[in-house]
Design a protein around this ligand. Structure first.
Ligand code: ZN
Length: 439
């Protein structure tokens, strides 16, 4: 994904957290004779994948409720159980997602969830050694609580873990956050950035935008405001859109919405598997790309995906738009791999440090084992990465120069223990829900 393109028989030199050289293996072996070596023979090294939309803790509800429409799914299934989740539960769910992400070559995750006392997604990511943007999701019905949580999250975590953890302000959506509160959250973002952020490490703004066709109607009903045109146009009228905004989904867009996204530098997180599973519709990604909007990829939570496999998202993104438009030239493999790496880094305003394998960038690397029947013979590495590879082909992962998985052994956390904790937490959540139903 860097300027040099694909380097065959290549090598990467890492010192502490950074890439200090990239080139041909024979040359770099001569240049750095005494450096400790890790062989990647028969393997392909790619920049760690960047997942721009997650709700990491929700892995605990994976498979709990499938095949419902979005509103019914949220109101009757997901939200009642989530209401009973403690900080500790959130930590366990996020740890499960962190481990799954690392094992699938994802090194950066942008996650939106509740920041509560007693445990957090940030704590889980820090333990796993995962890079991430941790947000607190905001709703009109709990403004004071939200503002307290946003301040606590930014002060406790922004820039922590050697800069691996950043934070964000996450208005849930335009139909759950009223116009006044939306503007207020923009002010909170500016205030927190002044205190804890910096131009090189900003506090981001992450929200769901135009996920379904009826969103303008939902906004009208919820807040009795007039929404002419699309949701992006409405948000722009509130003066909250800027280049630090990651707008997730962007399924139901008008032409004017696309123009505004480009003008304001808003980044789009495309989540094709979630949109298909919830039958939300299909984001006009080819039009967004044509208009010059940065489009990155995301899995969404493990309740609507139902895993955190960015390889699956890459393949689905590449196939979906070809099929819908009956045009096999749309979203070619190289573009899709860029969307999962460097475009993701750009979306998170983190591309000075991550998203490509280049001198000076952080060593966030995924080594993919190509000695597999489904990755043989080899004509084109990028084709295999997008169309043939799966998460389990990832062999070794480095984040910020640290080996977090080697030969599929996670180095930072005890995986069987995490699985056991997740099962126990699920049982306890179901028991709490049953007690509530009886009472
Ligand atoms: Zn979401």
């Amino acid at each position: 994904m860097g300027r040099k393109g694909i380097i065959r028989d290549g090598a990467i030199v890492v010192e502490d957290s950074r890439i200090i050289d990239v080139g041909k293996s024979a040359e770099l072996k001569r240049k750095y004779p005494s450096y400790e070596k890790m062989s990647a023979k028969g393997k392909v090294v790619i920049p760690g994948l960047v997942n721009t939309h997650q709700h990491a803790a929700m892995s605990l509800l994976r498979g709990y409720a499938d095949d419902f429409p979005l509103k019914e799914w949220l109101d009757n299934w997901i939200w009642p159980l989530e209401k009973r989740m403690t900080g500790r539960d959130i930590y366990v769910g996020a740890l499960l997602t962190a481990v799954e992400s690392i094992m699938g070559g994802t090194t950066t995750v942008n996650t939106m969830y509740h920041y509560v006392k007693g445990g957090s997604e940030a704590e889980a990511f820090a333990e796993a050694g995962l890079r991430g943007v941790i947000g607190h999701v905001c709703f009109s019905w709990r403004k004071d609580e939200d503002k307290r949580a946003l301040r606590a999250l930014a002060s406790e975590w922004h820039g922590k873990q050697k800069g691996l953890i950043r934070t964000s302000v996450d208005p849930h959506a335009a139909y759950t956050v009223d116009p006044e509160y939306m503007k207020e959250l923009r002010d909170v973002t500016e205030e927190l950035n002044e205190k804890y952020g910096s131009p090189n490490s900003p506090i981001m703004w992450h929200m769901h935008v135009a996920e379904t066709q009826d969103e303008p109607e939902k906004i009208r009903q919820a807040f009795n405001v007039s929404v002419q045109g699309g949701v992006v146009e409405y948000l722009d009228s509130l003066n909250v859109l800027d280049s630090d905004v990651i707008a997730t989904h962007c399924v139901a867009l008008t032409q004017r919405d696309i123009k505004i996204l480009k003008e304001k530098g808003v980044k789009v997180s495309h989540n094709p598997i979630s949109n298909l599973k919830l039958a939300s519709g299909i984001s006009p990604v080819p039009s967004l790309i044509k208009a010059g909007v940065t489009v990155a990829l995301g899995t969404d939570s493990s309740c609507s995906n139902n895993n955190s496999d960015m390889f699956g998202v890459m393949k689905t993104a590449a196939l979906l738009h070809k099929g819908v438009h009956k045009d096999p030239t749309l979203l070619p493999a190289e573009k899709v791999l860029r969307m999962a790496t460097i475009e993701g880094a750009k979306a998170l305003l983190w591309d000075r440090q991550i998203g490509s394998i280049e001198i000076g960038k952080s060593a966030d690397l995924a080594i993919v084992d190509f000695k597999k029947p489904h990755l043989c013979p080899l004509f084109n590495e990028i084709s295999h990465l997008v169309y043939s590879a799966t998460a389990s082909d990832v062999d070794t992962v480095l984040i910020n120069g640290k080996i977090v998985m080697e030969n599929r052994e996670v180095a930072t956390v005890d995986v069987p223990r995490v699985l056991e904790m997740a099962e126990k937490t699920k049982e306890s959540l179901l028991a709490r829900l049953a007690r509530r139903a009886q009472g």
